[in-house]
Design a protein around this ligand. Structure first.
Ligand code: GAL
Length: 994
């Protein structure tokens, strides 16, 4: 347990296949006992006669720390750390307090199996397993996310068998498994017994190649016995015209359809040996590094990827095939074409799905030693010869299991394990065993052992330098020359923690500009939270610290594009739009559409185009248009169909409302022409919008004759509240008190937002000041501004108030003026000008915050939507007319923070269903609406701590900062920052009755 050795007694690793010698699954309900330490271990529990009737029942596969949840962990609790080991770094020793699960199960030995070896297989045990069958010690194993097999030919009986497994949470191997994730343990993947019939292959290696120039595929199936000697077999691939040929020979087939992630053609066939019929699925493709580029079938790839951990908020790293299908389908639906299996090989069935539905895969070895970095990388296993067998064993088990998956195009040595000789040895072994794929590893920035230069979280500026090949030199001339010859990948970028990631488009632009930049993988796919229950039955998503861990990394574990329940976050929708493989450009002057095909292989014949044209949401016409067949990488421009041209010329549609501005927009959509396993036909892949100049007939703004809320008659008296058009202004303060009948409690300038995870982060980039945005903003006191009236003028139908606005203890204050005027009898406008003091630098927002009656819950707007958007996350939203209830405008981030901004708003109606008001941007505004204040939002640690306070909090912004990705990576790009400068917000109000 405290040895650097990878284990004892296991069989040589091999690939997985389905055959007529199928496994018998031992998954089910097992007996379980947890001991908190070595002293509590059960003597002789492995003996078949041991009476386990008093033990608990636990499903296998599962993770014991999640048992008992959501109420409370029944055994030891889950714990979350990112880099830091949750135990002293004293390799290979681990703490005495070592939760240890003892498992027992009886099973009937299958009858009628042919002669041959019997094998017991574990697909994943976290982290150290000692295994007995019928009291016989089979061995022990480490490598939590790696399959292991034991020979049980002698130990297994045809009658009843008793399998006993002791699983320790901590072992020397824990030093190799410091991935940023929950520390959870147990037999978490399937367990099975198999018969390997005498004479059946010990391993099968499918070599399939594709020559893009001749269109010829080559297939060799290498079946070997336990000594590595070739085994004769017969290949049958009806779809390839191969019948009964010798599997040992290379077979060339002309005119094969190659495998790509965009068109994942698999040929199904069999390898028949004397002892076994093996099912094979072959994809023909050639992965190579040529001309400094990663190519498949001769075409350089652009990877639009994500990092995927295996996680389910209820079952942890035990996940079902349905969840795997859901993941692959969601990736495909969102235009993702690549996945890095961070940071370990996934359940093997996930790779089957990647083969079938099409994803490029970087298959990563189960290795991370990041915690050694906190101790100056002293004793890092990556460079200590004592650990070399363990590291090689891990690499070998990764490659051997997964080598027959066409989706796997790169092997990754692991993650964040520093540098060292053992990593070099792993790379060398991989290259000799499987030269048909590339080797990836990010931790060595000199790229000594690898075929791609890979980095994480590099800034846009640095990535551009790399694209231009003007980056800083590597350590030596030789290394530099090697690295400069390599393509570049961001194996992690765009940290999707909380609100964000901001600035995806800038990276995508670089990838599409510089051939050397072959894309990247967003960190990460899913928020890895755990469903937990508070008193009174409130379920919530727990993160680090919620289980009382003394050392933890809080909500850094909730940083995915999917929320824990696998619903898409705004970040995923943004990513989908930014990486859309087809770009549509609408030219409203030429009445044409340009179709840029950004697929690497496919032409556009798999897509259908459709259009709709609207006046502020009122549809003037819709239809389809012929899709030009555009080859991969090409661009074609076509004219609008006559129906669209005609619809664009129609007079302005009647909106049924008065006084609200109208714009005409055309939207063109590219949807799937056919049904796929992962999406139905019509599923949207790409879209574009453009504003069309309106027809001559401008919207007639009906000016109501009646003057509402006239102030005449009380002129000359001191008025406490004076109407200006439809609004009432406190004549002592100059502040808004009502809009029509709607009371306004407070309406003042705001320069604060509840910090996002990214606002809390310290940017990694060169511009960074070593402080988070939140720290800057609080240092300026933007979270605690006080207001002092300096000047007030109440005129007839207008009012101007001037305030000094600054925080306690500071002589820096903004000069804020509120100028109210009647625009027409039904409308009052506000011009709020904010002149920040020179001491203020960068700000989250400059806007007006209003507190309104909580009954106003219905929101109807014309602007960007339907989802939230910030300046650097505003690609996926589109112009339209939207309606939502207040609660649906909140984005449920696992850690509460600023969210829900609706951007580009032309006007919004806010009502209780009958009455309320309209707010009109002059010309456009950002708005957020919540049932609690930004200050309450910034105090809460979990969504259930947020309680509506009976008010509607409306923020109307003239300037709003982007979100960036400083939770891990660069901060807000300068173009998306709000630098302190004079800003004017101009809006108008109308009372509304429905
Ligand atoms: C990377 C690491 C990931 C994750 C991420 C931050 O450094 O490889 O595992 O920790 O940062 O969420």
């Amino acid at each position: 347990m405290e040895s650097a050795s990878p284990g004892e007694g296991a069989l040589v690793p091999r690939s997985w296949w389905d055959s007529d010698a199928p496994p018998v699954l031992l998954d089910g309900i097992w007996r379980f006992h947890l001991s908190p330490d070595a002293a509590g271990l059960t003597p002789d529990f492995q003996a078949p006669a041991f009476d386990d009737r008093q033990w608990d029942l636990l499903p296998v596969p599962s993770m014991w720390q999640l048992a008992g949840l959501p109420e409370a962990p029944r055994y030891s609790p889950p714990a979350y750390t990112n880099v830091i080991y949750p135990f002293p770094v004293d390799p290979p020793l681990v703490p005495d307090a070592n939760p240890t699960g003892e498992y027992r199960v009886s099973f009937a030995g299958p009858r009628g199996w042919p002669a041959g070896r019997r094998v017991l297989r574990f697909d994943g045990v976290d982290s150290h397993a000692t295994v007995w069958l019928n009291g016989t010690l089979l061995g022990w194993s480490t490598g939590s996310r790696l399959a292991v097999e034991f020979d049980v030919t002698d130990a297994m009986r045809e009658g009843e068998n008793v399998l006993a497994v002791r699983v320790r949470q901590w072992s020397a191997a824990s030093y190799l498994e410091d991935q940023d994730m929950w520390w959870v343990s147990g037999i978490f993947r399937s367990v099975s017994v198999l018969c390997r019939p005498s004479g059946a292959p010990a391993d099968v290696f499918v070599h399939s190649d594709f020559d893009a120039h001749s269109g010829t595929g080559t297939l060799t199936v290498e079946a070997t016995d336990t000594d590595g000697r070739a085994i004769a077999g017969r290949l049958d691939f009806p779809g390839l015209g191969i019948t009964g040929v010798d599997s040992r020979k290379a077979h060339s087939v002309t005119g094969v359809r190659p495998w790509t992630a965009e068109d994942p053609v698999l040929y199904r066939g069999t390898l028949t040996t004397d002892a076994e019929i093996i099912e094979l699925r072959v994809g023909f493709r050639r992965v190579e590094l040529r001309g400094g580029l990663l190519r498949v079938n001769d075409v350089p790839l652009l990877l639009r990827g994500v990092n995927r951990h295996e996680w389910n908020p209820v079952t942890g790293r035990t996940i079902s095939i349905e969840t795997m299908r859901q993941d692959v389908a969601l990736m495909k639906q969102h235009n993702i074409n690549a996945v890095r299996t961070s940071h370990y090989p996934p359940d093997r069935r996930f790779l089957d799905l990647c083969d079938e539905w099409g994803l490029w895969v970087i298959d990563e070895c189960d290795l991370e030693t990041h915690g050694f970095s906190l101790n100056g990388w002293r004793n890092n296993p990556s460079d200590d010869p004592a650990w070399q067998p363990a590291l090689l064993d891990r690499m070998r088990r990764t490659v051997e299991r997964d080598k027959n998956h066409p989706s796997v195009i790169m092997w990754s040595l692991g993650n964040e394990s520093g540098v060292g000789r053992n990593l070099s040895a792993m790379a060398q072994w991989v290259k000799s065993r499987d030269p048909s794929r590339l080797v990836h590893y990010e931790g060595d920035w000199d790229s000594k052992d690898v075929d791609v230069y890979s980095r994480m979280y590099a800034s846009v500026d640095e990535v551009e330098q790399i694209g231009l090949r003007t980056e800083k030199a590597a350590a030596t001339e030789e290394l530099d020359a090697h690295r400069r010859s390599l393509p570049f990948l961001l194996c992690e970028y765009a940290h999707a923690m909380g609100n964000g990631p901001g600035g995806l488009g800038e990276y995508q632009h670089l990838y599409q500009t510089y051939p050397r930049l072959q894309g990247g993988f967003v960190w990460e796919w899913l928020d890895q939270a755990i469903v937990s229950r508070r008193a009174h039955g409130v379920d919530f998503y727990a993160y680090g610290g919620d289980f009382g861990e003394p050392v933890h990394d809080g909500n850094f574990i909730a940083d995915g594009l999917l929320f824990p329940d696998r619903t898409a976050s705004p970040g995923l929708l943004e990513f989908k739009k930014v990486i859309a493989p087809v770009r549509l450009i609408i030219d409203t002057t030429a009445r044409s559409l340009q179709v840029d095909n950004g697929y690497d292989f496919l032409d556009t014949s798999g897509l259908n185009l459709s259009w709709v044209i609207e006046d502020a949401g009122v549809v003037l016409g819709r239809g389809t248009m012929a899709t030009p067949v555009v080859a991969a990488g090409e661009s074609v421009t076509v004219d609008w169909p006559a129906e669209l041209v005609a619809a664009a010329a129609l007079p302005t549609a009647d909106q049924g409302v008065t006084g609200l501005p109208v714009e005409r927009w055309v939207t063109v959509t590219a949807g799937l022409a056919h049904e796929h396993a992962w999406a139905s036909s019509g599923h949207e892949i790409a879209w574009a919008q453009a504003r069309v100049a309106e027809a001559e007939a401008e919207l007639a703004v009906e000016v109501e004759a009646a003057v509402t809320g006239s102030t005449r008659g009380i002129a000359g008296q001191l008025r406490r509240s004076g109407p200006i058009g439809p609004v009432s202004i406190d004549t002592r303060t100059g502040m808004l008190t009502a809009i029509g009948d709607v009371a306004v409690h407070d309406a003042r300038v705001t320069c604060w937002r509840a910090p996002t995870d990214n606002d809390h982060g310290i940017p990694h980039d060169q511009r960074g000041t070593g402080r988070s945005m939140d720290t800057h903003w609080r240092a300026m006191g933007l979270d605690r501004l006080q207001h002092k009236l300096i000047d007030l003028t109440n005129g007839d139908q207008e009012s101007t108030a001037v305030y000094h606005v600054g925080p306690a203890g500071s002589d820096a204050h903004a000069l804020v003026s509120y100028r109210w005027a009647r625009t027409d009898p039904a409308e009052a406008s506000l011009e709020m000008t904010v002149e920040p003091p020179p001491q203020w630098t960068t700000m989250p927002r400059i806007g007006l915050a209003l507190q309104l009656p909580g009954e106003l819950q219905q929101v109807d707007w014309f602007g960007l939507g339907p989802g939230e958007a910030y300046p650097d996350t505003a690609t996926a939203v589109r112009i339209g007319r939207y309606a939502a209830a207040l609660e649906d405008l909140q984005t449920p981030y696992v850690f509460p923070q600023e969210n829900g901004n609706r951007r580009g708003v032309r006007w919004v109606e806010i009502t209780d269903g009958r009455t309320g008001f309209a707010l009109i941007g002059k010309p456009i505004i950002d708005i957020t609406l919540r049932p609690w204040s930004s200050h309450s939002l910034s105090e809460a640690r979990h969504p259930h701590e947020l309680v509506p306070d009976g008010l509607l909090h409306l923020d109307v912004d003239a300037a709003l900062a982007g979100v960036g990705t400083a939770s891990c990576g660069p901060g807000i790009l300068p173009v998306y920052e709000v630098t302190a400068r004079p800003v004017t917000l101009t809006v108008a109000f109308r009372a509304v009755e429905i």
